[in-house]
Design a protein around this ligand. Sequence first.
Ligand SMILES: Nc1nc2c(ncn2[C@@H]2O[C@H](COP(=O)(O)OP(=O)(O)OP(=O)(O)O)[C@@H](O)[C@H]2O)c(=O)[nH]1
Ligand SMILES: [Mg+2]
Length: 465
Amino acid sequence: MRFLDVAKVYASSGAGGNGCIAFRREKFIEYGGPYGGDGGKGGDVWAEAVENLNTLIDYRFQQHVKAKSGEGGKGKVMTGANGADAIMKVPVGTQIYEEDGESLIADLAVNGQRVKLLRGGNGGFGNAHFKSATNQAPNFANPGQPLEEKIFILKLKLIADAGLIGMPNAGKSTFVARVSAARPKIADYPFTTLEPQLGVVKIDDSDFVIADLPGLIEGAHEGVGLGDRFLGHAERCGAILHLVDGTGTAGAIARNYKVIRGELEAYGHGLGEKFEIVALNKCDAIPADELAKKKAALEKASGSKVYLLSGVSGRGVNDVLRAMAAQIRRRRAERAEEKELRQPKVARIPATRAGRQSVNFKAPVVPAETLKSVQAYENLKVAEAKAAERKALAKVKPAPQARIQTAKAAVKKSVKGPAKTAPKPKEKPKPKAPPRPKSGWARAKPRSVSKTRKRAGQTKKKSRR
Ligand SMILES: Nc1nc2c(ncn2[C@@H]2O[C@H](COP(=O)(O)OP(=O)(O)OP(=O)(O)O)[C@@H](O)[C@H]2O)c(=O)[nH]1
Ligand SMILES: [Mg+2]
């Protein structure tokens, strides 16, 4: 079966069914009244990641996905049937984009993950819905809501733990065939591998998935050779194994390494920063006296440890696999930790009613000592801020302008003696508020008297009696 990692799909949800206009007509039933049912809801469009698919090839042949429309309402207040949903089954690792191919809508990276892409229209209300005391025979109903339609671009990015990168003929497929049960095509012409292939590797007690990718050449980011589109399959990898063909000259080895690095950087999406293991391949075909020189050249170019490898003889294969497994284990642990941190911590719900009533089980679980330390830290911060404020106030010096003015005033004072200023009239002391009663109710405010009473000269409300 052909491997296809990009597909374009035209999807439409179902329209809602129309509401029905009907009246009850029955022997011996006068004024039967409105009797029309509501329309059914249109189907939604979903995408679901399933494990038993490896390619998007199905969407090469079936490019239209349509959910069913809801049925119209019927007489006897019968609601129409809802339309069936349309579920697009896609391989795990599929990303769903808008029509532009750039805006990501959903990333289905876990088996069974589902996402609603389009919503079906709601059904319209039938005339029975509108009956009321003031309109006992409504002769109208709602139409169903229209359907939604959209074009989606599906891109499959394989879920592999490690990816193989290198020039064509570097021996990538030979390596994958050696370390896993996968049987990729191997030949001594460039671009033997046209589609990525996965293999499961078992080393010591760990196992991981490795992806054999097509070869990269200079200018791949501009479309030379097979281009660099398939590098998307390495985006999710935890490690990259960069194989360099060791049968060339030392200069060619260093140059080839740099070309591939340049292509990874040009592709972007974080590939340039991924953990890389560099291996000098085809060691069995390198004369012993040249091996050290070539290894040194590659080490200089890459600035990292270089493994000596031979996919044919098996030399250094286990060392490389162990290095990959260690990195993959580290990454898995990091991810698990991240996932745990992201999960909201909610206490377990007690099984009994008494238990549930006794605790606030929705409160986040935070260890008491953390709480204490948080409080202590906040107190310390507040105290520090206050101390800084006090210090700043103590240090405040008069502004230069103010200083000049005070100096001038001092000079004036020394020449003319104390300045003559009119003595300020003494402010009258404000009448003190009567002391509040020590106990009992506070005194009530005097009631306001209405304008009419004021005009009539009444200041108090007359008692009714
Ligand atoms: N001597 C020797 N030859 C090797 C080794 N690994 C691969 N080869 C040979 O190199 C050639 C290319 O090998 P492939 O595994 O197809 O290379 P590739 O990197 O997958 O090439 P593409 O799929 O074209 O990118 C084949 O003729 C292999 O027999 C090795 O370790 N030693
Ligand atoms: Mg190959």
